[in-house]
Design a protein around this ligand. Structure first.
Ligand code: HEC
Length: 96
């Protein structure tokens, strides 16, 4: 009985870890409607999944400062803090 309980707890924490790893950070859902987070999804919008984290951060900062122009991204980027951009970029970089 004890062994069964330990096994159950073990499995439960693995499940939690898997869900946590796949969970997007706050704000990322406002990106993934346009930029797919999986290679299985086709989209005419440029992919961010698997891009270099630093490249995503740089592009967002340039859109936000107006250094880089865009059709929508210059406006969207203004709504995100550096911390949010870092978290979203780190998440996209690990999505395949
Ligand atoms: C309404 C659709 C839409 C949403 C929502 C959106 N994007 Fe974009 N994104 C685009 C388009 C279109 C471009 C191409 C540049 C342009 O026209 O503004 C782009 C370009 C980019 C690029 C440059 C990629 C490259 O390599 O050239 C980055 C990085 C990016 N978006 C990040 C984000 C992040 C992060 C979010 C969420 C905070 C987001 N985008 C939300 C449509 C969107």
């Amino acid at each position: 009985m004890l062994r069964l309980t330990v096994t159950a707890i073990g499995l439960a924490s693995i499940a939690v870890a898997v869900v946590a790893a796949a969970e997007p950070p706050a704000g990322a859902v406002s990106c993934s409607g346009c930029h797919p987070s999986s290679a299985r999804v086709t989209s005419p919008v440029v992919r961010l999944n698997g891009l270099d984290r630093a490249a995503i951060v740089k592009a967002m900062q340039d859109f936000r400062s107006g250094q880089r122009t865009g059709t929508v991204m210059d406006r969207i980027a203004k709504g995100f803090t550096d911390e949010e951009i870092q978290a979203i970029a780190a998440w996209y970089a690990t999505q395949r």
